[in-house]
Every structure is written in C-alpha cells, then in structure tokens.
Design a protein around this ligand. Structure first.
Ligand SMILES: Cc1cc2nc3c(=O)[nH]c(=O)nc-3n(C[C@H](O)[C@H](O)[C@H](O)COP(=O)(O)OP(=O)(O)OC[C@H]3O[C@@H](n4cnc5c(N)ncnc54)[C@H](O)[C@@H]3O)c2cc1C
Length: 319
C-alpha cells in the first residue's frame, strides 16, 4: 500500500504513517500502526474499506479452505478500531492498516426506532436518546463502547440484557463479497460466542437500527446517574472492563479475589484493581508486555488451583 497514493485518494481524511495507537484505547497502551486512518462518517468508513480491499495486494492464505472463502483477513490486513475499550494493543503496535471508526450520525425514525452509525459512542447515544424521550439503553451506562464494538461483543447491561435485544437490523460490509453489498441483520449468522464468531470475523458493522421505547427524560437520566454512581465505586476507565470470562456458574472476579488473593497485585504500572479483581488497570505508563504478564500470572495461579480463566478481551498486534 503506497501511503502517498492513499493520501491523494482521500485528501480530506486523517491518514498517518507510524501512528501511535495508545491514545485510541481506554487503557492508553499500544505502539504504532503502520498506517492509521480516521473515518468520521459512514460513507468515509465504507469508501475507505472498499478502496483498501480493492487495492491491497493480499497474499493467498495458507489454509486453502480459508483462501477459498476469504481474500482478506481482518486483523492481519485491516484492523477496525471502535473506541478501543476491549483491546490490548501490543507495544510494537499493529502491522498493516488500522481504520478508526469515528462515524457518529444518529437518525430518528418512526415508531421509536433510531439508525446509528457504528462509530457512535454509547455514552453519547444514551444522552441523545434520553433527551429525545426514548428509553431502553440506560442499562448500558458507563460502558465506553462504540455501537460497532457493542454489537461485535454483544455487550451485556446491568439488567442482564444483551445489546442485540435492541437490534432491528444491521448494515455490515463483507470485504470479501465482490459486490461489497450492505447486509441486513437477517442475512448474517450472528453468533456471539467468541470461539465461534470466527466465520463472521470478516464482517464490518457499519450501522444499526435499534428499537427503543417511549421514555421520560428525567426517569432515564436518574437510572443512568444511579448506574454511573454505583459503577464508579468499583470500576474506572483506565481499564478494558472485565478481563476474564466468567467460568460457568462462577465469577472470575471472585476467583481472583477470594481464591488467589490477587487484588492490588502489580507489575510495573499494571495493577489488578483493589476494588474489582476482574479489572486490570493502567495506573501510569503501563506497557502491553507488563499487562500480559499480569494476565499470565492470574491464569497460572488460577490453573494451579484448578480454575481455567480465559481472557475476554481482544489482543491486537504481536504478543
Ligand atoms: C470502564 C469499562 C466498563 C465496561 N463495562 C462493560 C460492561 O458492563 N459490559 C460489557 O459487555 N462490556 C464492558 N466493557 C468492555 C467494552 O466496553 C466492550 O467490550 C465494548 O463492546 C468494546 O467496544 P469498542 O468500541 O471499544 O471496541 P474496540 O475495543 O475498539 O474493539 C473490540 C473488538 O471489536 C471489533 N470492532 C469494533 N468495531 C467494529 C465494527 N464496526 N465492525 C466489526 N468489528 C468491530 C474490533 O476490531 C475488536 O476486535 C467495559 C469497558 C470499560 C473500559
């Protein structure tokens, strides 16, 4: 990929070479992307992705089964970054192209529906829908996700609802579809278990239509404020949320706290939160390498006591 050609193709976009990624993550950790592109509308997002998929000279995949179905590998050729609140980016950064999705349009439709760009951040979405007397998303307060990240991970709220409960349809771009057509929710085999999300990993979420209910702004605001007040007693933004999946019938936080006694454990500037054992924090100038060491320490101590703890965050770049 020739940087100058790319720049001349999209003169109005922020496109940088060797650009540090840490500021685009809640952890503030991560080295540079070879090429970083910030897209601020869905049109820019889609146009850039189409252009990249047409232009990059992808080498054939070594697995013939994959090669026959996928020309482009998300994460090895192109990495999509939402709000970086569920990723640990390597200190050496990400090779290839990182496309940051900052598209932020919200459109109000009839019947209490809204159409949102996947780059819209949830805190803003909650504020805007509350102000427009629409209710439903309050339980996702204090989650710093983009809508795309929220759909990709099917986040759960305090009432135990997942985000897909509110989805009417999703426009997604399949980089390997020759026509690059946008798909509706029903065309996609959505499967939110990370281990089996694999077949869909080349899908990029562009926008979503959500079904909300009529609400009263003061009531929604009170619910949001109460959740934020409650969560800030144990959570903080210099994190990636819960690092480990809960083992069936148990809680990773309970295991790390009560079985392993690791609350407050620290390597460099990486600390297991003294307030929430499944939150691992950057308390200064933490590195990805130290962060990974803390994860491995937790996993090995857990294993020695018969517990299997698997990370639920995404690792981007080389570890
Ligand atoms: C303080 C704090 C509290 C949190 N609380 C919760 C919680 O209560 N519940 C919960 O479930 N999670 C929680 N999280 C975790 C996190 O916010 C979610 O996992 C969120 O969905 C990540 O969204 P993002 O936009 O930051 O995604 P990113 O971290 O940018 O990306 C995560 C993954 O999604 C992919 N992705 C992003 N956008 C797209 C797109 N448009 N199309 C395709 N793939 C895409 C990325 O490539 C990456 O693989 C919390 C995190 C923090 C820091």
């Amino acid at each position: 990929m020739n940087f100058d050609t790319l720049k001349s193709q999209f003169p109005d976009l922020e496109i940088y070479q060797n650009h540090l990624l840490a500021p685009y993550t809640t952890l503030n950790i991560g080295g540079p992307a070879d090429i970083f592109i910030n897209t601020k509308t869905s049109t820019e997002f889609v146009n850039v992705l189409k252009y990249l998929s047409e232009t990059i000279n992808f080498s054939a995949h070594s697995d013939p089964k994959v090669a026959s179905t996928a020309k482009i590998e998300l994460s090895s050729d192109i990495t999509i970054l939402g709000n970086g609140s569920n990723v640990l980016i390597s200190d050496s950064g990400i090779r290839g192209i990182v496309v940051k999705n900052s598209a932020n349009n919200i459109e109000f439709l009839p019947n209490n529906q809204i159409k949102v760009d996947s780059g819209v951040l949830l805190p803003r979405l909650l504020q805007v829908t509350t102000d427009h007397s629409l209710s439903g998303l309050e339980e996702f307060a204090y989650i710093p996700a983009s809508v795309g990240g929220a759909i990709f991970g099917n986040i759960h709220g305090v009432n135990k609802n997942n985000f897909d409960k509110f989805i009417v349809s999703v426009e997604a771009l399949d980089l390997n579809d020759v026509n690059y057509k946008l798909m509706n929710h029903s065309d996609i085999q959505w499967d939110y278990d990370y281990s089996s999300f694999q077949p869909n990993r080349n899908l990029i979420i562009v926008s979503a239509t959500l079904q909300l209910s009529p609400g009263v702004p003061e009531n929604s605001q009170k619910i949001i404020n109460d959740i934020v007040t409650q969560k800030t007693t144990t959570q903080s933004m210099n994190s990636v949320g819960c690092v480990f999946k809960n083992p069936p019938g148990d809680s990773a936080g309970r295991i790390i706290d009560q079985e392993l006694n690791l609350k407050g454990f620290q390597i460099g500037d990486v600390q297991i939160s003294p307030k929430h054992a499944n939150f691992i924090l950057n308390i200064g100038n933490a590195t990805a390498s130290d962060y990974l060491s803390v994860i491995k320490k937790v996993q090995s101590e857990a294993k020695s006591k018969g517990f299997l703890l698997e990370p639920e965050i995404k690792f981007l770049g080389e570890f």
